[in-house]
Write a protein that binds this ligand. Sequence first.
Ligand code: C2O
Ligand code: CU
Ligand code: CU
Length: 554
Amino acid sequence: MIHRNLPIAAFLVSQSILAQFNNPLAIPPALDVDTFQLVVGQHQHQFYPGVNTTTFGVNGPYLGPTLIMHQGDTARFRVTNELTQVTNMHWHGMHVPGVVDGGPPREILPGDHWDLKYEVANPAGTYWYHPHPHMITGAQATKGIAGLIIVNDEEEADLELPRTYGVDDIPIVIQDRYFLPNGNFAVAPYGDSVLVNGTPHAYLECPAQVVRLRMLNGSNARIYPVGFEDGQEFQVIANDGGLLNAPVDRDRIWLSNGERVEILVDLSGLEGDSLLLMSYGSELPQTVPGSNNILWESSSLNGVDFPLLRIRVTAPTASPITSIPATLGSSVPIPENQAGGTRIKTLTGSGMVGMGMFMINGQMFDLDVVNDTVLLGSTEIWVFQNNSNMAHPMHVHGVSFFVLDRDGIPPAPEEAGAKDVVLVDAGETVRVIMEFNHLTDDWPYMYHCHNLMHEDNMMMLQYIVIDQNVGITEPTIATDLQVYPNPGNSFINFRSSFPVDNIQIMDQTGRVVHQSRGSDQYIGTLDVSSLGSGTYILQIRSGSALVRKIFVHQ
Ligand code: C2O
Ligand code: CU
Ligand code: CU
């Protein structure tokens, strides 16, 4: 019986002692349908008996169904917003065009819905979906809007891997939450209760054979060094963007915010035994959220080792997987010499995990500013150089990338596959390489820190992908910017319907060859005499960018 006047924290402490691993792990339902109907709504849920927590969920009180997708198919969705606030939905890790990417520019108003579809281009792997509305992503994700996506493909289907969902192929969404005295969640960087798939003190019955855990760090800011209590080894088979080429033996794997990893654990012969899946927070350096850095927000989970999930081993299934394949996928990292250009992304700022002010290249998120223009089909190296006081999990929309190196050292094998989030520690420089294969049209992609507190606090910028071969002139905005003469040889004039504050000319590889201030004029003249003959991209900006193709004939 709960005493309403008892502070809930005290209640939770005693409850946690009494109820260690007494709750069967919730397994989100898996949907494998032509059209995913996702209804986002507000609910009440009891994570702890007798304690009502207001939640947001997808088709249910907390989290959402696991969406099963097939490479090459068209996935269709209707996302319905039954909240009383704006939301949207982003398909994290999925290679989809900007118009369906579901970043902050996309808004689903209360009572409204968004119908969309895209071709499933990604290889087999574990991806996820979550809302991404301007400045309230953390608040909505904290309340429970998120779910997993499992993509299947032929290559993966040919491997002898566990893939019976909920039996030997288990979704593991790791989150920490802070419960307020009234039972509701605090929107905070850290919690002091661990939820796995929304279950506190979760246990899972697993058959005595090889099982596959698909883990996602769905927490706002905490980073988890995951491993088994008794040092039991496991094999990492996939990370963010799909299968590794071969399993990697490990007893620890770090999961930063938004990252996924698939591991295999061989439970053969362990029937009747039980294993603890742990987070070894004591191993985190002071610069990494989740450490016991005394200058940052406190939480009873900081800097300590704590259990995530107990696995109780039961009898094997009728046709168990009992061995681990020696080889897996066939993805080939993009060679460095294929990059047409390099962009440096310097991370600066300092502060606490939830309250810091952090920037990328000295800029903060502005819905009306496109920060980078990238050419369709181009390959680029992006260099994340962290000059701030803490580690940031950096994420890029619309692509998977390969880590080239960390401070010049090639990535560990478990980090060598395709990824879309990379943790960049304070003082560290991480280079990634990626190819841009989808257009953004009028819907820019984001790149940002996946610490949701930082992201909402503007540690996010936008980029567009344009096709230089197909005119980039949008009929609806054509009259907003005239460029003449075009082709030009020594100068090109522009006339815009808005005061211009920034002008950039890029060459065919996306390299900036001219940059100037527009002095807030409606007209201007650009000296192009030093540019060689060819096709360039002129980007004129005041707030949002207008882009035109220009030709120089010398
Ligand atoms: Cu999980 Cu902008 O994304
Ligand atoms: Cu994303
Ligand atoms: Cu950050």
